[in-house]
Design a protein around this ligand. Structure first.
Ligand code: FPP
Length: 248
């Protein structure tokens, strides 16, 4: 059968089966484009983040429903502090509101929340709320990693320093992996970045060594389940070799 419209053709695809068969265990999102979404509508940038957090809720839920076990999102980087105070405050407020209600929102109560990043630079109340949520959900397997005050380079430096502090005179790749914020998660299979930029921006630098990348022009507040389907379909067609030879 011939479909003019790619979206119609993809509607027939069994996405959970694709997730399972392609071994997509961990998907990560660089949620870019909130500011542009707002500016296009002559709204303050904060309005983009407000809609962005709704997209985040919807997309994380969809990924879990598709059978993906680990989802990671880049919520706030170590570099994002350089934004105007009003915008930083608005993002922190949105994050705090979300974190305080996340457990109640999770109807099935089976998501483990892990915050990637340095909590010591966060507002004391926010840091405490992150810790409480981590503790409250630590028995669950399905994982949502939220990168907050996160930087990939500083994460690697932290890991090496912790190895040195524990007496190591040399470190292995395994040692470093064990000391990353993501030590409990597998490396991301797929990293999706929205809003047309094609860079990593200090996100999961160590962990992304063999990740597949998917870029879309869609601004994060506009992202839909179908955009995630497109990313998953694209991923399922990739030939991952991990430096070897396919099927060798
Ligand atoms: C990037 O868009 C977005 C951010 C720096 C903030 C993203 C944060 C959220 C969506 C809130 C997430 C909340 C939770 C709980 C995970 P941008 O502002 O850089 O957009 P632009 O490139 O168009 O300016």
């Amino acid at each position: 059968m011939f479909f003019k419209n790619k979206r119609r053709r993809d509607a027939a695809v069994d996405i959970p089966a694709l997730v399972r068969d392609s071994g997509l265990c961990h998907i990560a999102f660089i949620m870019d484009g909130n500011g542009r979404w707002a500016t296009k509508r002559s709204l303050p940038r904060e309005a983009g983040h407000k809609v962005g957090i709704e997209s985040f809720r919807k997309i994380v839920k969809y990924c879990f429903n598709c059978g993906i076990e680990t989802v990671t999102v880049y919520a706030f980087s170590t570099e994002n502090w350089s934004r105007p105070k009003r915008e930083v405050d608005a993002i922190m407020k949105l994050l705090d509101e979300y974190i305080r209600t996340a457990e109640d929102e999770d109807e099935e109560n089976r998501t483990r929340y892990i915050f990637l990043g340095d909590k010591t630079a966060l507002d004391e109340g926010l840091a405490k709320n992150c810790e409480v949520l981590e503790k409250l959900t630590e028995r669950y397997k399905r994982t949502l990693n939220i990168a907050l005050n996160y930087g990939g380079r500083s994460e690697i430096v932290k890991a090496v320093n912790e190895c040195i502090a524990s007496g190591a005179s040399a470190v292995t790749e395994e040692d470093i992996s064990k000391h990353l914020y993501t030590s409990l998660s597998p490396d991301p299979d797929l990293i999706v970045r929205t809003a047309g930029e094609k860079r990593l921006s200090n996100f999961l630098m160590w962990q992304s060594a063999y990740s597949e990348f998917y870029f879309t022009d869609v601004l994060w507040p506009d992202i839909t389940d179908r955009d995630v389907d497109d990313a998953i379909i694209d991923f399922s067609k990739r030939k991952r070799k991990f430096g070897g030879i396919k099927n060798a």
